[in-house]
Design a protein around this ligand. Structure first.
Ligand code: FAD
Length: 600
């Protein structure tokens, strides 16, 4: 092959979801020559699937709402493991970021007096989610994309980044390939912002799209950064369970926010049996009070169906295990008996169509069958809370691939806010870092050659397994052994399974050539999925308590004295083929913020 295609920029953003686009806009507006690289077509990022809304204390429905209440809800939802500074910045800046989206042309649903409407979601004290029906992510992407294109940001689509290039300890660019032609490309830049999203494709049942293979997590690890909170994976309580082809597909929490309730096969509304002490004071304990809450939120407490996601997912799991599940192994989610068909079609148009088309179920007439699905990873690249810079100079991370903001459990709606708030901060910080550099770090030819060798390695071995069977075994192992309820023996079994899978990856082979070859693409993604899976399983084995998105059957209690005071952090091991784990004390919250938690 002749010379490798090269381009030079100030800032490279890897990922064109909400986080990547917002970061690119900020970097460009701060004067940096910016490129966005993405695996799929522009507009196809996973953010487009977000349904419920963006959490921001605008105070439109509840004047009592403000950043302090949002901050408190976020920290309590994350069971106090969140980085307090990220939760604070997020709560303070989300309203401005939403208003700015509106300035850029986003059309949010309105209240009767013309303000941006806000809907209820689990764990949020007040109705707080700005939304566009149940298609909020689509509107967000549409708006950000239009803005990015309008101000002239370059985009490299269908291009996968496989290596971060470094000059000594500093970033010097990225290496990747064009998915269509298989040709390699180098983008040189002193600053790289990872915005690659989540890891859901490491699990069998997931609401996530094919892109979520943990690339940013693994790229960061391999270039010397650390991951934090990896044991915390969010299983959304309500994914479709049937038909099998769509198992895991999300059923938005808005169904419950708008009146839907959960019932077992005996017709019992069971969530009242699962209200934890931590949330007793703010949760209704009778059906009457719960039902009154929808119309009179001041004088009633919220229904238990709107507890944080980890609580609801565990409750559903217990009911199914106890033999009170539906014919297809789920639980009933019923809005048909509670709201008029008109209301349901208007508030939840996508859900109506999703069930009608995929399951032949009319949700205005019948209950849905749902069950937990792997949805979101709280864990991610450890960053400075104010600049989003990682431990590697010039490397930043934002959005779902970064960690710290959500602690052990993310509240619904807090991801879209996270993308906007930290996207902007990262773009600005990266741009100012580049502008302050006396000279640009060079890209070494040797590293480019290594990137090539490593990318073509799967073609070199013959007669090995194909990557699809390895991926499917990984997904099954993660689902069965590192899922919603965990135990030490199962986690140990998962870690040995991962070691065995690594060995199989070492000898797998890929057929054909580099032109559009999905098998080859998967073979490269698999390495990332394995590193991320190992990080999750190792951290899950080490954390001997249950908290948020991490439930240990052998350690069912939340242990505030020991485990409430530390985070687990993983870095690449010396061989570069696995990860090592260390404990790290939580950052100390300043006294003026501690006061919000004194009564609890
Ligand atoms: P993404 O939007 O996934 O973007 C990732 C980008 O990185 C893509 O462009 C991809 O092509 C690119 N990429 C990945 N790897 C590479 C690579 N190696 N090289 C080049 N490019 C790469 N959150 C809320 O707050 N409110 C909601 O209502 C809500 N609803 C949701 C509904 C569903 C069905 C799901 C699955 C999630 C929902 N979430 C919601 C969560 C939220 O949507 C995601 O956490 C968020 O969109 C992630 O955005 P991101 O910018 O970090 O990543």
């Amino acid at each position: 092959e002749g010379g490798i295609e090269r381009h030079t920029y100030d800032v490279i953003v890897v990922g064109a979801g909400g986080a990547g686009l917002r970061a690119a806009i900020a970097a460009h507006e701060a004067g940096a020559n910016t490129l966005v690289v993405c695996k799929s077509l522009l507009g196809k990022a996973h953010t487009v699937m977000a349904e419920g809304g963006i959490a921001a204390a605008l105070g439109n429905r509840w004047p009592e709402d403000n950043w302090e209440v949002h901050f408190r809800d976020t920290m309590r939802g994350g069971k106090m493991l969140n980085h307090w500074r990220m939760a604070q910045l997020h709560a303070q800046e989300a309203p401005e970021r939403v208003m700015e989206l509106e300035d850029w042309g986003a059309l949010f649903d309105r209240t009767d007096d013309g303000l941006i409407s806000q809907r209820d979601f689990g764990g949020h004290r007040y109705a707080r989610l700005a939304h566009v029906g149940d298609r909020t992510g689509l509107e967000m992407i549409r708006t950000l994309q239009q803005r990015a294109v309008q101000i002239g940001i370059d985009v490299a689509m269908e291009c996968t980044v496989t290596e971060i290039l470094k000059d000594g300890e500093r970033v010097s660019g990225v290496f990747g390939y064009w998915r269509e032609t298989g040709r390699f490309v180098v983008f040189e830049a002193p600053a790289v912002i990872l915005a690659t999203g989540g890891i859901g494709k490491a699990f069998k049942v997931t609401s996530n799209s094919w892109e979520y293979t943990g690339d940013g997590h693994a790229l960061a690890l391999r270039s010397g950064a650390s991951l934090i909170n990896m044991e915390f994976v969010q299983f959304h309580p309500t994914g479709m369970v049937w038909p099998p082809s769509v198992k895991g597909l999300l059923v938005t929490e808005s169904v419950r926010g708008d009146g839907g309730i959960l019932k077992n096969s005996e017709g019992k509304r069971f969530m009242f049996d699962y209200i934890p002490d931590f949330f007793k004071a703010e949760t209704a304990d009778t059906e009457e009070e719960a039902d009154r809450w929808y119309d009179d939120k001041k004088n009633n407490r919220r229904p238990p169906e709107l507890l944080p996601r980890d609580e609801v997912a565990r409750a559903i799991n217990s009911e199914i295990k106890a033999g009170r599940g539906t014919p297809h192994g789920g639980i009933y989610l019923d809005i048909a008996s509670r709201r008029t068909p008109d209301f349901i079609r208007k508030r939840l148009p996508s859900m109506y169509h999703q069930f009608k088309e995929l399951a032949d179920v009319d949700i205005t007439q019948e209950p849905m069958e749902i069950g937990p699905t792997c949805h979101y990873v709280m864990g991610g690249v450890e960053v400075d809370p104010d600049t989003q810079e990682t431990a590697v100079t010039g490397l930043y991370a934002v959005g779902e691939c970064s960690g710290g903001m959500h602690g052990s459990n993310r509240l619904g709606g807090n991801s879209l806010g996270d993308l906007l708030v930290f996207g902007k901060l990262a773009g600005e910080a990266a741009s100012s870092y580049v502008q302050g550099l006396p000279e640009r770090p060079p890209v070494a030819d040797e590293q480019v050659r290594e990137g090539q060798w490593s990318a073509v390695a799967p073609f070199a071995s013959e007669g090995g397994e194909n990557p699809y069977s390895i991926q499917s075994d990984l997904q099954q192992a993660m689902n069965d052994l590192v899922g919603i309820i965990r135990t030490a023996p199962e986690l140990e079994e998962a870690l040995s399974a991962i070691e065995a899978l690594k060995a199989r990856v070492g000898t797998m082979s890929v057929e054909g050539h580099r032109q559009y070859n999905p098998g080859w693409h998967l073979s490269l993604d698999l390495r990332n999925m394995l590193l991320v899976s190992e990080s999750i399983a190792k951290a899950a084995l080490a954390r001997k308590e249950s908290r948020g998105g991490h439930t240990r059957d052998d350690f069912p209690k939340t242990d505030h004295d020991v485990w409430g005071k530390k985070n687990l952090v993983v870095t690449l091991d010396e061989a570069g083929t696995g990860v090592v784990l260390k404990e790290q004390p939580l950052p100390e919250m300043p006294d003026e913020l501690k006061k919000y938690f004194e009564e609890s």
